[in-house]
Design a protein around this ligand. Sequence first.
Ligand SMILES: *[C@@H]1O[C@H](CO)[C@@H](O)[C@H](O)[C@H]1NC(C)=O
Ligand SMILES: *[C@@H]1O[C@H](CO)[C@@H](O)[C@H](O)[C@H]1NC(C)=O
Ligand SMILES: *[C@@H]1O[C@H](CO)[C@@H](O)[C@H](O)[C@H]1NC(C)=O
Ligand SMILES: *[C@@H]1O[C@H](CO)[C@@H](O)[C@H](O)[C@H]1NC(C)=O
Ligand SMILES: *[C@@H]1O[C@H](CO)[C@@H](O)[C@H](O)[C@H]1NC(C)=O
Length: 612
Amino acid sequence: MHEIMPGRKRGIFFVVAVCAVFMQAGLWAGRKQTQNNFPDNTLVSSSKELIPFMKLDARPKIKEHPIPHLMAEAENNFRKLLSRQSKTLEEAVREYRRRYRRDPPRGFDHWWQFVKDNDVLMIDEYDAIAEDLAPFWELPADEVRRRADVAGSLPSIDLVRVRNGNATAVNVRTGSTEVSARARGFLSMIEKFQDRLPDVDFPINSMAEGRILVPWEQRMKLNESGKSFHSRILVHILTAIQGVSPHNSVGLYTSFRASSTTQRQTNQLLAQTHEFSFPESVSGNYSFCENPWAHYNQGHFFSDWRTVSVLFPVFSPAKASGYLDIRIPSHYYYAQTRRYTYGWDPVNLELKPTDHMETAWEQKSDKIFWRGASTGGGSSPPGFSANYQRHRFVRMASDDSTSNRTVVFADPPGSNNYVYVQVPTSALNEEMMDVAFVKVVDSFNYPGGIGALIRDHRFDDGGVNLGDHWRHKYLVDVDGMGYSGRFFSFLESDSAVMKATVYREFFEEWIQPWLHYIPLSPSYQEIYNIHSFFSGATRSALAAANSTALRLPPVKRRPVDGDRRLRRIARAGKQWKRTLGRRVDMEAYVYRLVLEYVRVSSEDREEWNFVL
Ligand SMILES: *[C@@H]1O[C@H](CO)[C@@H](O)[C@H](O)[C@H]1NC(C)=O
Ligand SMILES: *[C@@H]1O[C@H](CO)[C@@H](O)[C@H](O)[C@H]1NC(C)=O
Ligand SMILES: *[C@@H]1O[C@H](CO)[C@@H](O)[C@H](O)[C@H]1NC(C)=O
Ligand SMILES: *[C@@H]1O[C@H](CO)[C@@H](O)[C@H](O)[C@H]1NC(C)=O
Ligand SMILES: *[C@@H]1O[C@H](CO)[C@@H](O)[C@H](O)[C@H]1NC(C)=O
């Protein structure tokens, strides 16, 4: 245990030191707002080296907007991905061997039959499974099983057990079959093929958040320590069972911060924070190790839940990068419920192809819509929630200060004469945003308490149903306490989804940003330019440019194909959900995962190979 303590103490010290710097930086950003082009610098490092860069007038002359290029490339990539999937079992085996340098697991032929029978389109894209199970290949199989056994008795973990081809779920600590919705979800995902499985245990995380966070130093030590391995593990296991005190992962991550920011990173940072720069993919793949300052802007890093600092096989719906949980589809996506399923008719308990609250595209509002509760993280250490992803977004979208934002658009619309204009944030928010909290949660965690939380944020007392979203063309999906369980229903609707997340889920290789949804950076700063591209420069932007388009009637001010492109994203998202995000696609993923897991936890792994 003494191995862990010094690291954690250092972590806490570092947090305190950074807090001080960060708060000063916050003030600095506030004062500077009126003087530079980066008014919303909450995501910019406080590092002094960066300040000169931020003052640079980085305004490349542009001939064409980057978004059509991103969309074309996305479509091209996705088409290639689909068309290169193996067509026969032989091809699939060959591809498997090429990627992972071993044979597929036993049962692969039945899995193949399953995917063929169910028109599953993804045959080869399961690198997520290989990645998640890789650490367990480094352990002996009996150790994997032993750890699964221990994991099953940890707090907030249920066990799904297969015995004689029959799966059941149990809470080992209480002996009860009253288990979490996540365990029940997993149980139903394996129902169709449980009779083909040997006796095996799956520890299922009952919480939304990743659990397994093994400090880097320990991972390295584990890897190299051959013999002394077991005794050390025992100590860690004991620590884990007794409950590592609720601890935040900020310290853990920041301990390997890059202290000297390289030129490359600085440039990356500049690109990431510029208002006219669009990320190619969702921020789930964002490197928090290279950008430690970004931790303070995500509730994820202030978690109250107990992370476990030992490598246990734990199956979770999502994980931030660095976590070692084994990903499975979320039960929110798999189950059919009023709150999370598009087209679900809760009265007749049936799925309708079109949700009864769906709205015709032409009748949808052009505003960017988000509603949710003020969740978004824990409170360890407390006092940071104002910077959490949801709070930042609500404040940004309702900022009525006199600051300006940079909007870039073709003037006149449809031309390739791109102009940069400074537009008052308050006007843009008025024209583009409809973002509010609907529920106060964890207000004790907000500096100043509930009064301050309500004063600082827009609250819409009307509440929101899932179906209310369909009245808007743009739906924003941001993380809450964990990943967002609404994503699949948003995709399936006729609206376009904009998504920011720090989590990685099972489908990351299957979905294509800029085709199926619009990826947002963790700062959201580019959102005004995204809207301007698809829906056209707003009145205030045209006024700032003294555009001749102001004299045109509003419908004519739009770029020719922006709205059409946005609708295409909405349709592609729906199509994705219906061809790749079906329940049976999730079953196919889980089927393959459990075959792999059975092998990695079997005494004779070779014997569990599938050879044609
Ligand atoms: C599986 O379990 C259920 C309930 O415990 C039982 O009714 C059924 O016979 C079992 N099936 C097999 C194949 O053991
Ligand atoms: C452990 O070592 C193996 C090879 O010796 C390497 O492939 C793997 O990446 C290492 N794991 C970690 C966590 O460093
Ligand atoms: C995530 O980043 C790694 C390297 O930084 C890259 O190899 C991988 O393809 C990325 N994944 C996605 C889904 O973008
Ligand atoms: C905003 O931009 C306008 C030019 O469009 C400029 O006149 C004004 O001073 C700017 N306001 C602030 C607060 O920077
Ligand atoms: C705006 O444009 C009109 C002509 O289209 C011009 O007469 C006027 O001077 C311009 N105003 C400014 C402030 O540039």
